[in-house]
Ligand binder design. Structure first.
Ligand SMILES: [Zn+2]
Length: 492
């Protein structure tokens, strides 16, 4: 949905580790992904593999690190960017003796310009080098798209079981158990897949709240049985221009295809039943500011957090929506507010100007000119900083409205985004985040009221309705049954 293309430079400036440096980042209590994760999938995988090797007296288990690359979600990757990533993986694979198995932590909701199924393309090129028989286990975010090309080329897929996600390491560890079992021939995973023509459903889609709570509890109950190795429900990334997007179910059993098929069927039916439970509706900017003003006690004891649900950077939005800034200038100038904004041009133009100087600037709508609205305002330069991932940062102030302008992606989901800019979150009345779920964990200590705001942008739930899907999809279209689409997706 976003027109801002993602290049290799976006990965290299965020996170790019190869070979031994990657393995070193997967140790205990070490930052695996700088500025983001201490213990993600690769750490979970590496630590579990070491543990298993030790427990079963296999000191000969050797790990061969290939590549770990992250960029902040944005618009599609360029074809060159994807090919550089694949070439780097293949370069490391070719440089070592043949491996016994391969683990790929793919996330699974990547979009690449001109390539319909990027994860399938990664698998295709890797299979061309390692051959058709090498055991491959893949882990996914639960917002991944699942394709026939991927399912056919791997032995098992395991996805996160939490939303907001907090089981990255557990997911990597599950992959280690499956892959080592495959390599040592103690496991023979059999996987069943079901795919639903369904973009939205499941209410808030949070794993600890109904209706998804019961679904995830059922999966965990199954996994306690010896024959069931893994159960995943993937609720898709609803703004990914994947023609076969939708919810997916993946069940992995120990050498029992019939059992996997039966459970996948049952789980697909269960997910289809919650399709009418829509996400909550969100406030307008004006209503949210009125509620923030009324919440005197909340502001006194902490802050009111406004989640800009239309401009969620962690879901791929540009992070340059000015609707909340405009509303705060019109209705909430007296509130001490911190608002993130990505505007590399304004940062470049004002970077050398002295602190305290005043300037007329046009902010916003530089990256996605078709959607955003530019604001013309008088600001004072309040702070100048530089930090990992977001690059050069300026805090521009108009009365009590503090605009944190960054040149890189405005991944504003934790108080550290604001402290890195020299601001004290406790002194704010209102803090704007560009995120759906994870911010709630990071802001738990300080947020006294959280309001979701719809400001019109690429991460609106109905924004994906303009995309070109293969066939009807709920809730955009009326879809009475899921099995026809499921069969087409799985069997062609
Ligand atoms: Zn996700």
């Amino acid at each position: 949905m976003s027109p801002v293309l993602t290049t290799v430079a976006d990965f290299k400036s965020t996170h790019w580790l190869e070979g031994p440096r990657l393995l070193a980042a997967c140790g205990r209590k070490i930052m695996e992904v700088q500025g983001m994760f201490r213990n993600a999938e690769l750490s979970g995988f590496v630590q579990e593999a070491h543990k298993l090797a030790h427990a079963h007296d296999h000191p000969d288990v050797a790990l061969v690190p290939l590549l770990s690359a992250w960029a902040v979600p944005s618009g599609p990757l360029t074809g060159d960017c994807l090919q550089t990533i694949i070439d780097t993986i293949l370069k490391h694979l070719r440089a070592v003796d043949p491996v016994d198995g391969l683990y790929l932590s793919l996330h699974g909701a990547m979009g690449v310009r001109g390539i319909e199924d990027p994860e399938g393309e990664i698998l295709r090129q890797i299979r061309a080098v390692v051959g058709p028989d090498l055991p491959i286990v893949v882990t996914y975010d639960l917002h991944a798209s699942v394709s026939r090309q991927v399912v056919q080329q791997v032995q098992a897929i395991v996805a996160y079981a939490t939303n907001p996600h907090r089981d990255h390491a557990r997911t990597g560890a599950a992959a280690a158990r499956l892959l080592l079992g495959l390599c040592q021939k103690t496991l023979k995973p059999t996987m069943a897949w079901r795919s639903l023509p369904m973009l939205l459903g499941g209410g808030t889609t949070i794993d600890i709240l109904p209706p998804m709570l019961g679904i995830f509890q059922r999966l965990r109950h199954w996994e306690r049985q010896r024959k069931i190795l893994s159960g995943s429900v993937l609720m898709c990334h609803p703004w990914n221009a994947h023609p076969e997007t939708g919810w997916n179910i993946l069940i992995v059993t120990q050498n029992d295809q019939a059992l996997a098929e039966k459970l996948a069927d049952e789980m697909a039916e269960r997910c289809w039943q919650v399709r009418h439970e829509m996400p909550p509706s969100f406030h307008t900017p004006e209503a949210a500011i009125r509620l923030a003003k009324e919440a005197r006690l909340a502001r006194k004891l902490g802050v009111v957090v406004l989640a800009d649900a239309s401009d969620v950077v962690s879901a791929g939005a540009p992070g340059e929506n000015t609707a909340l800034i405009e509303a705060l200038l019109a209705h909430g100038r007296e509130l001490v507010s911190y608002v993130p904004l990505r505007d590399p041009q304004v940062v470049a133009a004002l970077w050398d100007q002295p602190l305290g100087s005043q300037h007329h600037v046009k902010i916003g709508a530089k990256l996605d000119k078709a959607r955003g609205k530019q604001l013309d305002i008088l600001v004072k330069i309040h702070e100048r900083r530089q930090s990992h991932g977001v690059g050069r940062t300026l805090v521009l102030v108009h009365e009590q409205v503090h605009i944190v302008v960054v040149e890189g992606p405005a991944l504003a989901l934790a108080p550290s985004f604001f402290t890195n800019a020299g601001l004290n979150p406790w002194r704010a009345d209102v803090i704007v985040v560009k995120n759906f779920f994870p911010f709630r964990m990071f802001f738990a200590a300080i947020a006294r009221l959280t309001l979701y705001v719809k400001t019109a942008g690429v991460t609106d739930f109905d924004a994906a309705h303009v995309l070109d899907f293969a066939g009807d999809i709920h809730p955009r279209d009326e879809v009475v049954e899921w099995r026809t689409t499921d069969r087409r997706r799985r069997l062609g």
